[in-house]
Design a protein around this ligand. Structure first.
Ligand code: AHR
Length: 327
């Protein structure tokens, strides 16, 4: 509960960003008559499940009627849903874009229909920022950077194979998705501080446990002396653990694992010593999203960028946090 309150009150206006005014408020729009169309990415990870639950639960308590669709990680499904929300004349559309590119046409259709759009969790690369009112979510570059900085700080302790180099394999998120692009960038920027760190192989596991397991199995066959796995989310890290154990090695010891999210399963593996470090990515975006939706429907100004507050966990911190972890 404390965490929810903290998140709900953590609207942070990033740097010099400008507030966006709404267009004309809808005459009928009041906080108890808002209909929101929400086009979710899918159900690919524990993070996504927690995110969906947060959105569905807080829509109810906020008195917002939610039309929810699951795109099964396919952009064309998300576009179809957004078009259907436009046809149904919802008051506001929110969505978490599966990939960054290719949104201008459908966003323009929403704008022409005078339906405000809120981006949540993931960004689009549209040059025309008037196509959406605000973007609520994490800074994925910072998340990747925190992961890389931890590895740099680990120094020679991360050279598990004691051969003078720190050989990393990377399990990337969905190709073209903002968190995959940005986390890679942040990590690579940070690792420059230690020239011993190299990324020997990098492949997408599509943010799923099964994807992480399969890619790790192939890395274990093609790469010698892997020291570290950098997984773009916990689910892929958990899949990697299965592959490492099946190869007769000890995850967390013979191969260190860094991941991002801090969902319960990831934190449990961290507390058990099978993961070494997790950077948190907060999925509980519901309260902030409903608050922003009410404001944009009412034609009030909102910040162009709203960041969520996040932390990091080592194994001791995971043990302490687990009993009260909500997701
Ligand atoms: O966009 C957020 C990412 O998407 C989460 O890190 C990952 O678990 C999810 O699938």
């Amino acid at each position: 509960m404390k965490r929810l309150v903290a998140v709900a009150t953590s609207l942070v206006l990033a740097g010099s960003l400008v507030a966006c005014g709404g267009d004309k408020p809808k005459p009928s729009a009041s906080s108890d008559s808002i209909t929101m169309g929400f086009a979710q990415v899918g159900a690919e990870s524990g993070w996504r499940t927690a995110n969906t639950k947060s959105i569905q639960e807080t829509a109810k308590t906020a008195g917002i009627e939610l039309k929810f669709s699951d795109a099964q990680q396919k952009q064309e499904n998300q576009i179809k849903s957004i078009r259907s929300f436009i046809q149904q004349k919802v008051d506001v559309i929110a969505f978490s874009p599966v990939v960054e590119t290719g949104w201008d046409t459908v966003l323009m259709e929403a704008k022409r229909a005078n339906i405000p759009v809120v981006l949540t969790d993931r960004a689009v690369d549209s040059k025309d920022t008037s196509l959406y009112k605000t973007f609520l979510g994490s800074d994925f570059v910072v998340e990747g950077k925190k992961a890389g900085e931890w590895l740099v700080k680990e120094g020679d302790a991360a050279d598990v194979n004691k051969d003078g180099s720190i050989k990393v394999v990377e399990l990337q998120g969905t190709t073209g998705a903002a968190p995959a692009i940005d986390r890679k960038k942040g990590f690579e920027d940070a690792m420059k501080a230690n020239p011993k760190i190299t990324i020997a192989a990098s492949q997408t596991g599509d943010f799923t446990r099964d994807g992480g397991k399969k890619v790790m199995e192939s890395f274990l066959k093609s790469q010698k002396n892997i020291d570290v796995v950098f997984a773009h989310n916990d689910d892929m890290g958990l899949g990697a653990i299965e592959a490492i154990e099946a190869a007769g090695l000890k995850p967390g010891k013979d191969i260190q694992i860094i991941s991002i999210d801090a969902v319960k399963d990831g934190m449990t593996a961290l507390a058990a010593g099978k993961i070494n470090y997790i950077v948190e990515c907060n999925p509980l975006l519901g309260p902030q999203l409903m608050d922003l939706a009410k404001k944009v429907v009412a034609g009030e100004s909102v910040p162009a960028r709203v960041l969520t507050e996040e932390t990091t966990f080592d194994q001791a911190a995971a043990k302490a946090a687990l009993p009260s972890r909500q997701y």
